[in-house]
Design a protein around this ligand. Sequence first.
Ligand SMILES: [Zn+2]
Ligand SMILES: [Zn+2]
Length: 118
Amino acid sequence: MNSCNCRNLEKTLAIKSSRDSFVANFKKLETSNENWAEMFKCNVCEQRWVVQVGAEMDREYNYAFKTEVPTLSAFDFKKANFDLEVHKHGGFSNDTCMILGCEQKALKGIAFCPNHKL
Ligand SMILES: [Zn+2]
Ligand SMILES: [Zn+2]
């Protein structure tokens, strides 16, 4: 195996096929039980990925995030989750979040921003 698809994949990606096949050519570097995620490095291009674990239990896709940081403790899960909500909703609407004092745009189709979405 001397080619990979990392470069062509989105930065925030829903793993719609099996998680096992997604990580098949990756080397696992670290696990975070607290954040339900694992860090991998592609065996070919060395791209690092943070890959969610266990989302399928909520009948959701596991998501993968491209990252440049070396360890999970350096990975900004808060920002990743923010980006993930934006990704899932297909962007922001023109309205501001309903929470008083919040100036963030609401996500498309709902009245709240990623930080205030339940
Ligand atoms: Zn790669
Ligand atoms: Zn808000």
